[in-house]
Design a protein around this ligand. Structure first.
Ligand code: PRP
Length: 219
């Protein structure tokens, strides 16, 4: 991206994977110029009109890029944002990526009140939210952080329970687990760096308005 031809392009961090396609589809529906193709291994993609740059990032890194101002804006899941604890502006919820962060485990534990659990072991990709959930209830839980396939925890005897995302429920079901309670309702959210929101207020406000119109079906 040449600063000479495009003095102040907005840089947006998009999550690779699950939310990528719907993020790009929403941006296109909002009339924003989006990159054609997936760019192969290229990580920074320029929009055809040169007014936007897109960083294809690991979902868990999007809030970090945005809080530090490495990207002006980003799209991520509320689950990832809350787990990250990053301080960013959240002007707009987006109508995709709906899922929930839930406590789940084997059917036979479904009737044991949580307060009767004696130092349960919980496998999760969300150690911060999980720790807060149990701490708020005065339960001394051992939180075991995993980076994926969390359902393996109870299946292999590593953990008693899990805290993980549930979308259709088919992964839980396939592994003989049931959902006990919802910890957080999640969906995609637009996030903005707080300084950029002030310094690049005009283009950012315009972008938010376009997205809002696309979401409301008035674009
Ligand atoms: C997520 C989540 C569950 C599954 C839930 O995993 O962690 O495992 O999807 O979806 P479902 O309710 O529709 O079955 P993901 O596919 O992101 O992989 P991971 O477990 O390796 O993180």
């Amino acid at each position: 991206m040449s600063p000479a031809t495009s003095p102040s392009p907005l840089l947006m961090a998009l999550p690779k994977g699950r939310l990528a396609e719907q993020s790009l589809a929403l941006l296109a529906r909002a009339g924003l110029s989006v990159p054609q193709g997936n760019g192969g291994r290229k990580l920074v993609l320029e929009s055809p009109d040169g007014r936007m740059g897109y960083v294809m990032a690991k979902p868990w890194d999007v809030p970090t890029f945005v809080e530090y101002g490495a990207a002006d804006l980003g799209i991520c899941g509320l689950d990832v944002l809350r787990e990250s604890g990053r301080n960013v502006y959240e002007p707009l919820l987006l109508p995709f990526g709906h899922c929930r962060l839930s406590l789940a485990g084997p059917q036979e534990r479904a009737y044991t009140p949580l307060r009767y659990e004696s130092q349960p072991r919980i496998a999760t990709k969300y150690p911060r939210l999980t720790t807060a959930f149990f701490r708020q209830r005065g339960i001394n839980a051992e939180v075991i952080a995993l980076s994926g396939s969390v359902e393996l925890g109870p299946v292999l005897g590593l953990a008693d329970l899990i805290v993980d995302l549930v979308e259709t429920g088919s992964t839980l079901q396939a592994n003989g687990l049931v959902e006990f309670r919802t910890i957080l309702e999640s969906q995609a959210v637009l996030i903005v760096n707080r300084a950029a929101y002030r310094l690049k207020s005009q283009p950012i406000q315009a972008l938010i308005e376009k997205l809002r119109e696309a979401i409301d079906g008035t674009a």
